[in-house]
Design a protein around this ligand. Structure first.
Ligand code: ADP
Ligand code: TZP
Length: 258
């Protein structure tokens, strides 16, 4: 993990244009603000290009997408590609329905994501690997490293596969992250907020693999730190304290200082 990278992000406070789902908007905006970014949630097609052009990164999350919202995602993604800013695709719930599969196919035809982030079930679908899912959750087991490598190679992107162990790959190098807490799986939007923080870390302009690894490791450490707080009794008390901890110094979250 590169603490300097997180400090750089916090200094820059990158503006991240979110086209995300309505379940997680508030949690994501507060989580990114706390971490050190500047969120804007905007999904109107008429402003998508302009908004992406003024931003430092774009997050495309299909969690509650409807047909009418697809063109804005494509326009924002294309504008980001043209400007050379990071685009993260979170294909929430892909493989659950043929509609979601078609949405992701259309986005990937026109937009080149810097990273595709999702759980194993979502990313397995993108490379034709069978995997058990339940709605937006991944419940299968298998070779996550293979999924990450294949997604990275097929889409020429950074693949970030989340779960108990996160796997990050650029197609050549594949690394694992073991920080995190099972509590995150009980908080809706935990994966979506990670997508936002990942986009902000890519906006640091450091190496993509290092940015992804830093975002994922810090996020997991912040969850471990939060879950150990005496006042945290379950997912309800975890969520607001986790938002607090996302703002803490890396050294504190790592347990280097008291
Ligand atoms: N059992 C677990 N143990 C530790 N961390 C977990 C566990 N399950 C999920 N996480 C963490 O929760 C975050 C969201 O991952 P995940 O639940 O896979 O995403 P999604 O909500 O998109 O399905 C990631 O940071 C991941 O590392
Ligand atoms: C429950 C739900 N339904 C559609 S989007 C969404 C949020 C999913 O968020 P996450 O995958 O980050 O928990």
């Amino acid at each position: 993990m590169n603490a300097m990278l997180i400090n750089e992000v916090r200094k820059k406070r990158p503006l991240i244009h979110h086209l995300t789902n309505q379940v997680v908007m508030n949690f994501t905006a507060n989580g990114l603000l706390s971490f050190g970014g500047t969120p804007i949630m905007a999904k109107e097609e008429k402003e998508a290009t302009e908004m992406a052009r003024m931003s430092d990164g774009v997050l495309l999350n299909i969690g509650t997408i409807i047909e009418q919202e697809i063109p804005a995602m494509i326009q924002a993604g294309k504008a980001a590609n043209q400007k050379g800013i990071p685009v993260v695709l979170d294909p929430v719930g892909v493989s659950a329905t043929s509609f979601r599969n078609e949405v992701v196919r259309r986005i990937l035809t026109e937009v080149k994501p810097t990273a595709i982030k999702g759980n194993a079930g979502e990313l397995a679908h993108l490379v034709g690997i069978a995997w058990e899912i339940k709605g937006v959750d991944s419940i299968g087991r298998g070779n996550v490293g293979e999924i990450a490598r294949k997604v990275a190679n097929r889409y020429q992107t950074i693949a970030v596969v989340t779960g108990e162990v996160d796997v990050i790959s650029d197609g050549e190098i594949t690394i694992e992250n073991k920080t995190g807490s099972a509590m995150l799986a009980n908080v809706t939007g935990a994966g979506c907020l990670l997508g936002s923080i990942l986009t902000a870390c890519f906006a640091s302009n450091d190496s993509l693999m290092e940015s992804a690894q830093t975002a994922v490791e810090f996020y997991g450490l912040a969850a471990e730190y939060t879950v150990a707080l005496p006042e945290v009794k379950g997912s309800g008390t975890f969520s607001p304290r986790f938002i607090d901890v996302l703002s803490y110094d890396v050294a504190i979250v790592k347990g280097d200082h008291q």
